[in-house]
Design a protein around this ligand. Structure first.
Ligand SMILES: Nc1nc2c(c(=O)[nH]1)N[C@H]1C(S)=C(S)[C@@H](COP(=O)(O)OP(=O)(O)OC[C@H]3O[C@@H](n4cnc5c(=O)[nH]c(N)nc54)[C@H](O)[C@@H]3O)O[C@H]1N2
Ligand SMILES: Nc1nc2c(c(=O)[nH]1)N[C@H]1C(S)=C(S)[C@@H](COP(=O)(O)OP(=O)(O)OC[C@H]3O[C@@H](n4cnc5c(=O)[nH]c(N)nc54)[C@H](O)[C@@H]3O)O[C@H]1N2
Ligand code: SF4
Ligand SMILES: [Mo]
Length: 689
């Protein structure tokens, strides 16, 4: 539509990143061109401001067509060298369809694997491509296994759901908020500022790192990583000793409590203090404040990324059960709030019904490098919505596997990344600014519109359109593979029951689900488990490969000289996204590692030294050394997400040290259990690829 010259337009949309906040956005256009991307003033989370990283990247590299992928590319040089020629969609799609068709005929779907995650979390773009892979019976690399699967599996067994968290609106009823193993100051900056610190509840943080949320809290229990179960049992020990357990609730609504009584008795705070490094009086104070209630428990995703992650989540989840802090306003536990809470079934979005019965079960991201390194197991790989070279374990081994000339590798992204550089065919994806979609946040119970504000640069296409074209080229005519965005949006909105068209929702930006009636999960105290109770101990845990009852365990401290290496979210990156924005790179600063001053002294190092972290899997360095007591002695802190290819000195990121050890449950990542030594950098350090 022609616009009068100088016209100004404002469009509301939503940030679909993998972030608790799901901020409302206003986009300013002049003469139809996007000039500024801002936080939406009307949005209850954003309150007019985007986080620092998105304010920079959305107005920086995300709008810079020169830096985006703008046409399909086919490889012309050796794998891994990013040598490509541009081509048309028709050529790229028929090339993939021909090769994939031959592979499916010869080897079947099980030899085709796909990895995906949360590059965008919007409903259609984040899920639709899975319909195609389900239809061809491909092997899925379980997306959550690189992030939060142990927690989902544990909570699913205990409560019957990991996706029915407390409704943050009920915070007005809470007297205490316990944040366990999350860092909202980085991973949910608006919830940190306005929700967590915008009410009168007492705040307790359990985290090895004194990040900004911990520093501002009323109590910070700075435990050693992997000692959480001992701490949780010690808190219950205190409540037992003080006769503050809700025995009636335990009797009526839990199963197997008697099986943990021995471990509770054996974990007084004085013993836990030795294991965790947290003073006994702090353990007592935290237990009392939580039991005073009503109390909310925000269970982060960082806490379960360890070798005993499943046991840790089970132990921490005892707290609401022990005190009856669930099923009422101001109480409950939040891991994530799923699409289902608002009537949307993920299985419909991802076309679960298309999957043939003989299709292989998913594998873990922890096994991906090994799987791809075996030509008898894999012939084709699709990577979309993620950047496995930056985010996955076994960084070096994975890069070697991706060099296999006989592996058909198709990669789709917005940008040329460390992963796309290995592909045979690279497909340019449209960003969230370039098509309509729906966002269902995993913290607030909201429904938000993602609204197209500009055309994709060059030939880029939304994920869903890419896979519609591929399905067509392969002669797959199942209706679900060709459903249009409009049809899906209409159906999704119908499922939510909000009785709004997408256009109405776009004007509002975000609407609250049940605006006058906050959700109280498990209000009837009937849990969707086989017993209808909170299952603390049962044979189901044994079947899942874990002990019948949670145990008051604590990981052994690393052997002398080694440090436990944590690599959580950085405030300047979204996983590995934004690493290629020049301003973000300067805001991030040097590639560095932070350790306690006592360790620096013990190791005979100084902060002028360039250092490296080394273990059996790899070497990360040279790094700048920072001294700070934000971490306890024995812990090294780096951040995830730097792009190996852009780290000219180190040539790698934290995942070069990660051997892909699995947690105790569901094949999930144990990345926060990585250990290594810290030493002066040697001249040969660096270069993962
Ligand atoms: N060392 C260490 N490693 C970790 C973690 C850790 O704590 N420590 N955390 C893990 C966790 S929690 C996670 S979730 C994973 C995340 O790891 P990944 O899933 O790899 O996430 P990103 O690195 O952000 O990669 C997302 C990619 O999707 C692209 N993208 C964005 N929008 C679209 C789109 O619409 N279409 C397509 N095709 N692409 C798009 C982005 O440009 C980006 O390159 O990393 C894990 N890795
Ligand atoms: N800025 C920013 N925001 C993000 C992301 C990002 O990369 N950057 N990633 C997004 C994604 S994919 C996810 S999954 C979420 C994750 O967000 P969160 O749920 O906040 O999880 P993390 O940031 O991975 O880790 C949180 C905390 O876990 C702590 N931790 C590590 N080991 C232990 C332990 O043994 N015990 C305890 N108690 N704590 C431990 C770390 O010190 C860290 O402070 O954030 C999302 N938001
Ligand atoms: S990443 Fe999170 S905090 Fe940043 S703009 Fe998006 S939703 Fe908001
Ligand atoms: Mo994640």
């Amino acid at each position: 539509m022609p616009r009068p010259p100088g016209s100004r337009e404002i469009i509301k949309t939503t940030c679909p990143r993998d972030c608790y906040d799901a901020c409302g956005i206003t986009v300013i256009l002049r003469d139809g061109r996007v000039t500024k991307i801002l936080g939406d003033r009307d949005h209850h989370v954003a309150r007019g401001v985007l986080c620092g990283k998105c304010a920079v990247a959305y107005n920086g590299i995300w709008l810079d067509s020169e830096r985006r992928l703008t046409s399909p590319l086919v490889r012309t040089g050796p794998k891994g060298t990013a040598t490509f020629s541009p081509t048309t969609w028709n050529t790229a799609i028929s090339l993939i369809a021909d090769r994939l068709g031959a592979i499916l005929d010869e080897r079947g779907g099980a030899s085709v694997c796909h990895t995906h995650y949360t590059g965008t979390c919007s409903a259609i773009a984040g899920n639709f491509p899975t319909r195609f892979f389900n239809r061809i019976g491909a092997l899925e690399v379980d997306p959550d296994s690189v992030c939060n699967k142990a927690g989902h599996a544990a909570l699913g067994l205990i409560f019957g759901s990991s996706l029915d968290g407390f409704d943050p609106r009920t915070v007005t009823e809470a007297k205490c908020i316990l944040v366990w193993g999350a860092n909202p100051s980085a991973s949910a900056p608006h919830a940190h500022k306005h929700w967590l610190f915008g009410n009168k509840a007492k705040r307790i943080v359990v985290d090895p790192v004194r990040h900004d949320t911990a520093a501002k809290a009323d109590l910070h229990l700075q435990l050693f990583p992997g000692s959480d179960a001992a701490l949780a049992f010690a808190m219950i020990h205190v409540l037992d000793r003080e006769k503050r357990l809700d025995r009636g609730f335990i009797r009526r609504h839990t199963l197997g409590w008697e099986e943990i009584e021995g471990d509770i008795a054996a974990m007084p705070p004085e013993r836990a203090a030795v294991l965790t490094g947290v003073a006994p009086d702090l353990i007592v104070a935290a237990a009392r404040a939580y039991a005073d209630g009503p109390s909310l428990l925000w269970l982060g995703q960082g806490v379960q990324r360890q070798r005993t992650g499943g046991n840790v989540v089970r132990a921490v989840a005892l707290l609401p059960a022990a005190t009856g802090n669930i099923g009422k306003a101001g109480a409950g536990l939040l891991y994530m709030n799923g699409f289902d809470t608002r009537g949307v079934r993920p299985d419909d979005l991802s076309g679960a019904h298309l999957r043939p019965a003989h299709a292989p079960p998913p594998i873990s991201h922890m096994d991906l490098a090994g799987h791809l390194g075996d030509p008898s197991a894999s012939t084709a790989l699709f990577t979309w919505n993620n950047n496995i070279i930056a985010s996955n374990p076994e960084q070096r081994r994975l890069a070697d596997a991706l060099r296999r000339e006989d592996l058909l590798h198709v990669a789709s992204d917005l940008f040329p990344t460390d992963t796309t550089r290995f592909a045979d065919v690279v497909l340019p994806a449209a960003s969230f600014l370039e098509f309509d979609d729906l966002v269902l946040p995993y913290f607030f119970y909201d429904i938000s519109a993602q609204v197209k504000v500009r055309e994709p640069p060059g030939e880029a296409l939304p994920n869903q359109e890419i896979f519609r074209r591929l399905a067509r080229a392969m002669g797959l005519d199942d209706p679900a593979l060709h459903e249009t965005d409009e049809e899906i949006l209409e159906q999704l909105l119908r499922n939510t029951g909000i009785e709004m068209s997408f256009r109405d929702l776009s004007r509002a930006g975000t609407v609250a689900w049940r605006p006058d009636d906050p959700v109280i999960p498990f209000a009837d105290l009937k849990f969707p488990t086989p017993s209808g109770r909170i299952e603390i101990a049962s044979e189901r845990f044994v079947a899942a490969g874990i002990s019948r009852a949670p145990r008051a365990w604590s990981d052994a401290r690393p052997d002398d000289g080694r440090l436990r290496i944590l690599s959580p979210a950085s405030r300047w990156l979204m996983n590995s996204s934004y690493s290629n924005d020049d301003r973000i790179r300067s805001l991030q600063g040097d590639h560095s590692v932070t350790v306690n001053p006592a360790d620096i002294q013990r190791l005979g190092l100084t902060t002028d030294d360039e250092v490296e972290l080394v273990n059996e899997t790899g070497c990360l360095g040279p790094l700048c050394l920072r001294a700070a007591d934000v971490v306890p002695p024995g812990v090294a802190l780096i951040h995830k997400g730097r792009w190996p290819g852009l780290e000219t000195a180190a040539g790698a990121n934290a995942n070069v040290l990660n051997r892909g050890e699995k947690a105790d449950l569901a094949g999930s990542t144990a990345v926060h259990s990585v250990e290594g030594i810290l030493r002066k950098a040697s001249p040969r350090s660096g270069a993962a690829q």
